[in-house]
Design a protein around this ligand. Structure first.
Ligand SMILES: [Zn+2]
Length: 694
């Protein structure tokens, strides 16, 4: 239709006054490089603009969007520049090859058309010249845009459908994770590299044991075992490189169904956000495009893969409401498996320090946090519950302890052996590479000095790597050896003889103690009212209920035990306070805070509990001061003291060196033999004979 209308009718002087814009675009870098024909045709439009009357200085070329997709105008500065120029009325004509593909997105295109119509801008493509202000032209251009978008859609969906169909049959060849490879017939097989294979096997075995990706990472780092991964960038892309295991890598391996021999497609979907950035969205297993189990050989079974997914889901913090976090370092035995008996939510752990020890508290505060209440649902001191659960487990475990000990020892040994073997493989690989580098160096023509130098440097590098690997291997081996010798053997011996010894052994890490608990106990539900009720649900499904007295509060725990108060009361009857402290210590009694008694303690307890002091007690029993006795007997005060020193008077010490006396009665002086009395009264030398004469 355009060919029948002479193009120059649409071009007016007003158009020619303004500039001509040539928009050049290829949607991918590959097109830019390979499809130069199209680029040439795009530049040919320039000739047509000249023919229509524009002069060459007026023709502006916008080609900064080469290599960008037209699916959205985001990130395409050239297209945006074009839109700006059009809306400012600077453009007399816009030129482009298949002009509707200026914007592959129909909305962008319609907007451009509208702007062109407003600003009276012409549009030129290889088919003809259009005036968007004219209804017929705009209709045609709009249709072109719609067709173009539809074409793109059909192309894309055909391509996609082809891929999906191939995937459904399990025939789609997609890149494999490290440890799996295609053979000559495009079948998926385990990697031929034994080091890669065995490292992955160890990875899965370790996860089976530790049940947490982060724990596996820690163990691999501790054991200095390196893991393979593909280098995705750089000149050596898709070559295997060895490095420390990272948490994200561990998760990738665990989530990848290919390791379980399954073919899966569509585990993620892409979505383009308004800012033009493509984002990946993980899909749940039910929403995968296809999943074919037992498609090829794998490292784990499909059942184990599924079980791993469940464990990971359980571990994930984000699954908040009913999560069961993996055992952590703190001493609270029931961390993660304790449930509130009032509201049914999982209880959390809070620690506080008391004399260098971490004291756990189990606390249910979810409802409080969610609803902004002031009170916790339940708050239970944890130490006594942990102790009772521990006691119960010890009681239960006693008969089977030997089997467990042997199994643990065997497993520990094989684990160490395996780690050692893998580390040795790494050394061997380094040695092989060093050897290869040496041979390459020896083969080179000595005249080609520049080549020889490079190869020599490479050889030296490989030798250094070998040396490092060798020493790391030896260090790790020695460390394993000592660990097994010093710590584990001792612990294992104890374990063989008695589970309870190990349980109470302080060197057993809390984490392991908790793992033991989790092997046996599913969860513990706690209700606190007048007493503490713990319903324990075991793994096998059996339940047991423990009724415990309410744990003491912190102040109650510090309170002096009543038997100590009673003992102090009794002892004060016959002994002064400074002796009482020693006597309590001799009896093995401790204060409420677990310390030995001092005079200060005894006095404070006596005052706190309102016990009468020694002085009051003695006075109540009619004991006299030396002065009073002297008056009564009619003798000198000093003589009384002298007599007490000689043992003539029964005296009662009420403070260090201070005494009260019994009243001996009036006839006392007569009852004492003359000789002794004289000796006493004269203050002469005291003899043994005199002392015992009474
Ligand atoms: Zn609660």
């Amino acid at each position: 239709m355009n060919n029948s209308t002479p193009s120059h009718h649409k071009v007016r002087t007003d158009h020619l006054r303004r500039d001509a814009y040539l928009y050049v675009r290829q949607s991918s870098m590959r097109q830019v490089l390979e499809n130069t024909e199209s680029t040439k045709r795009q530049y040919q439009l320039r000739e047509r603009a000249l023919a229509l009357g524009w002069i060459s200085e007026q023709i502006r070329v916008i080609d900064c969007d080469q290599g960008r997709s037209g699916a959205s105008d985001a990130g395409r500065d050239g297209f945006q520049q074009l839109v700006v120029e059009v809306s400012l009325g600077n453009a007399g004509i816009v030129m482009g090859l298949e002009v509707s593909r200026l914007a592959r997105n129909n909305a962008d295109w319609q907007r451009l058309l509208q702007l062109c119509a407003f600003s009276d801008t012409l549009i030129l493509d290889q088919d003809g010249l259009y005036d968007p202000g004219a209804f017929n032209d705009r209709l045609l251009l709009g249709l072109k845009g719609t067709m173009s978008e539809a074409e793109l859609h059909v192309l894309k969906s055909r391509l996609q459908q082809g891929i999906v169909n191939k995937a459904r049959r399990g025939e789609l060849k997609i890149p494999l994770p490290v440890g799996l490879a295609y053979d000559e017939l495009d079948r998926v097989v385990l990697s031929a590299d034994t080091q890669v294979r065995e490292t992955l096997k160890k990875f899965f075995v370790t996860f089976r044991r530790l049940r947490a990706a982060s724990a596996v990472v820690k163990e691999f780092r501790r054991e200095n075992v390196q893991v393979p991964h593909y280098s995705r960038t750089g000149p050596k892309s898709s070559r295997i490189i060895w490095g420390d295991l990272t948490h994200s890598q561990a998760l990738r391996i665990l989530h990848n169904p290919r390791y379980a021999g399954a073919f899966a497609y569509g585990r993620t979907r892409t979505r383009r956000s308004p800012d033009g950035i493509v984002r990946y969205h993980k899909q749940t297993q039910e929403n995968w495009t296809c999943l074919i189990q037992d498609r090829h050989e794998g490292y784990i079974s499909w059942d184990e893969y599924q079980s791993n997914q469940r464990i990971l889901t359980g571990n994930a913090q984000a699954f908040s409401n009913d999560r069961r976090p993996p055992p952590r370092e703190g001493p609270a035995l029931l961390q993660g498996i304790i449930v509130c008996g009032r509201c049914g939510k999982r209880m959390t752990v809070r620690y506080h320090h008391r004399r260098g020890q971490l004291i756990p508290e189990y606390i249910c505060q979810r409802v409080k946090i969610e609803h902004g209440l002031s009170n916790n649902c339940q708050l239970v001191p944890g130490a006594s519950i942990d102790q009772e659960i521990g006691k119960m487990l010890v009681g239960m475990m006693n008969s089977e302890n030997i089997d467990i000990a042997v199994a643990v020892q065997r497993e520990l040994q094989t684990r160490l052996d395996e780690a050692d073997r893998l580390r040795y493989k790494h050394v061997e690989r380094c040695r092989y590479e060093a050897d290869l580098a040496r041979r390459r160096y020896l083969k080179v023509d000595p005249d080609k000095r520049y080549v020889a130098e490079v190869l020599e440097a490479e050889w030296n590098g490989k030798l250094r790597t070998l040396d490092e690997a060798q020493s790391a291997y030896e260090a790790a081996k020695e460390r394993d050896f000592t660990t097994l010798n010093q710590n584990h053997t001792a612990v294992l011996n104890a374990l063989t003889s008695d589970f309870s010894t190990v349980w109470q052994n302080d060197s057993l890490p809390n984490r392991d103690r908790k793992r033991i608990v989790r092997l046996l106990i599913e969860d513990v539900t706690i209700i606190k009212d007048t007493k503490l009720t713990c319903h324990i649900r075991f793994k096998g499904g059996t339940c047991r209920t423990l009724n415990l007295p309410l744990p003491k509060s912190a102040s109650e725990q510090r309170r002096t035990p009543p038997e100590v108060v009673k003992a102090i009361d009794e002892l004060l009857y016959d002994h002064p306070e400074f002796r009482v402290a020693d006597m309590l210590t001799e009896r093995g009694m401790k204060s409420g805070t677990g310390q030995s008694f001092t005079l200060d303690h005894v006095m404070r307890i006596r005052i706190a509990y309102g016990l009468p002091n020694r002085w009051t007690r003695l006075r109540k029993r009619g004991k006299l001061l030396a002065r009073e006795l002297a008056d009564k007997l009619g003798i000198d005060c000093r003589k009384i003291r002298r007599c007490r020193e000689l043992g003539l008077f029964p005296a009662h010490e009420y403070r260090r060196g201070k005494y009260l006396y019994d009243d001996p009665g009036l006839g006392f002086v007569d009852r004492v033999p003359k000789l002794k009395m004289n000796a006493c009264l004269k203050g002469s030398h005291i003899t043994k004979e005199v002392q015992y004469a009474t």
